[in-house]
Design a protein around this ligand. Structure first.
Ligand code: HEC
Ligand code: HEC
Length: 456
């Protein structure tokens, strides 16, 4: 009993402190919380402020501002940590196999679709379309880039996958993407890439018995393929799942190598940190510097787009307009339910991770109003090159994005985490000018940005 009382008192104290912090604005409660800027600089207020006059003052930063700028620099990006769920994630042989598979349209029944059909290297691994579309059918969402995505905890706009290898399995069976089945893909990879596969994963199972391993079997919507899958023995399904997971692990080993490169902004950040005014004004126009100031200042973009990849890795509802004829997209509130059920998740038997390593999944927040209509905060590196924008591709260009942030209409259903910025034309233009400084060629061995030699 005494223990309970002490615990109760401690809880009350924690609650009191939390309330005090939130009301003083030290801990963010979404839109009402303090911004990083307020904590760092002690200033508040949003929008309306006049853009500074150009010239040298555009490049004068306080120590706190320099710290914030440096926090966005690629120099602060830590080396990519290993993915404990993928034992071959950093194996060169797996990279080579994954490289071949990423570009191989043999992983689709009609030979027309590869990962690279939608994630095109010369478009920063996007496709330039509003919604991904193959065989003249739209998918419900817009194709995001995969550059630097290996740093994410969650994959897809709704985070319904918790590793890059588990993610790489889904499009292979989605009817509106590759449209294949796992038995067909396992058989294809083991016949075309048998020595490459065995070099990475050891002896491959013998799938020659088509009674045990039907040509097309998978837990998918297609009834014939589903019936064939259900009719297989559990052990045989396990053998197929293992090969399928390994296909994903090699594709992930390849994709992990595609990292963002050093942009003009990163050089500017280094100059700002060194307080080198001459170098700063060589690198950025006064307008671009002003855009940067607005980005972490009055724009409060760093509430969500922070760190060297310009994302907090979290999910937010930004109250996007619903394009005519489209259904409301639940976003994260369904993604959480799907990832905990996924046999290929971090805690599943095809994962190479110890349970303790699956921190994100073990402590996932499954429900909550803030998850409704919330989507993953995309990184902003190379954003100028990857139009159109948002999970539904609803904005054609950066002007349209900033117009949205300026108005920030309420969301329905769910609630928007944005507050209208009401920036002037000049401020909006400066913000966009800054975003354009984030472009740089991907940092990857050049041969990985092309189909592998000898592939057709
Ligand atoms: C038909 C076009 C298409 C094909 C083919 C395709 N993708 Fe995608 N990819 C998308 C779309 C659209 C999304 C976002 C879907 C969503 O969030 O529901 C996506 C999301 C992703 C993501 C998550 C990125 C993030 O921000 O979380 C990765 C990684 C990825 N794809 C890799 C692959 C790989 C690997 C393949 C091949 C096995 C592949 N994709 C095949 C269109 C495609
Ligand atoms: C409350 C969090 C939050 C804030 C604050 C925020 N963003 Fe975003 N941003 C997001 C989310 C979430 C998305 C994706 C939304 C979706 O697709 O539904 C996004 C998408 C974007 C995109 C599109 C990127 C792409 O690849 O599709 C751009 C550009 C962008 N934001 C810029 C900004 C700028 C500039 C600011 C400051 C004015 C800002 N954001 C403030 C959360 C935020």
């Amino acid at each position: 009993m005494r223990r309970l009382l002490v615990a109760g008192a401690a809880l009350a104290l924690i609650l009191l402190i939390a309330v005090a912090l939130i009301s003083t604005g030290l801990v963010g409660g979404g839109a009402v919380g303090a911004t990083i800027r307020e904590v760092f600089t002690g200033s508040a207020g949003r929008g309306g402020a006049a853009t500074r006059p150009g010239g040298a003052s555009a490049h004068s930063w306080t120590d706190a501002e320099r710290g914030l700028i440096a926090s966005l620099s690629i120099d602060r990006l830590p080396p990519l940590p290993p993915d404990p769920s993928n034992a071959v994630g950093d194996s060169p042989d797996a990279v080579a196999l994954g490289h071949a598979l990423f570009f191989d349209s043999g992983l689709s029944p009609d030979g027309s679709v590869a990962c690279s059909t939608c994630h095109q290297p010369d478009r920063y691994f996007t496709d330039g379309k509003v919604l991904a579309n193959v065989r003249d059918v739209d998918t419900p969402r817009h194709t995001p880039t995969i550059v630097g995505i290996a740093y994410s905890d969650w994959f897809y706009w709704d985070g319904r996958k918790d590793s890059q290898w588990a993610q790489a399995l889904a499009p292979q069976e989605a009817a509106i993407e590759h449209g294949g089945t796992r038995t067909a893909h396992a058989r294809y990879v083991l016949s075309r890439y048998s020595s490459e596969y065995e070099a990475v994963f050891g002896p491959a199972p013998d799938l020659s018995d088509t009674l045990r391993f039907p040509a097309e079997a998978a837990p998918v919507e297609d009834e014939t393929a589903l019936a064939a899958w259900v009719a297989m023995s559990e052990a045989d399904r396990g053998a197929i799942n293992r090969v399928f997971a390994n296909i994903g692990k090699s594709i992930a080993a390849y994709s992990r190598r595609i990292l963002p490169g050093r942009s003009r902004f990163d050089d500017y950040a280094a100059a700002a940190l060194a307080n080198d005014g001459t170098r700063m004004s060589e690198l950025f126009s006064p307008q671009e510097a002003e855009g940067l100031r607005l980005f972490f200042g009055d724009g409060q973009c760093t509430d969500c787009h922070n760190g060297p990849l310009f994302t907090n890795g979290s999910f937010h509802n930004v109250g996007l307009p619903l394009p005519e004829g489209s259904k409301f997209d639940q976003g994260r509130s369904l993604g959480t339910l799907q990832v905990v059920e996924d046999v290929f998740n971090c805690l599943g038997k095809y994962s190479d991770a110890d349970e303790e390593a699956c921190v994100e999944l073990r402590f996932i927040k499954i429900e909550g109003e803030e998850l409704i209509g919330a989507f993953k905060v995309p990184g902003l590196r190379n954003v100028a090159e990857t139009a159109p924008y948002m999970h539904n591709g609803t904005f054609a260009d950066l002007d349209a994005v900033i117009r949205h942030y300026n108005h920030a209409p309420p969301a329905f259903p769910g609630h928007s985490d944005l507050v209208p910025l009401a920036f002037t034309e000049e401020q909006s233009a400066a913000l966009i000018a800054f975003l354009l400084t984030l472009s740089a060629p991907a940092d990857a061995p050049p041969e990985l940005l092309l189909p592998p030699e000898g592939s057709e």
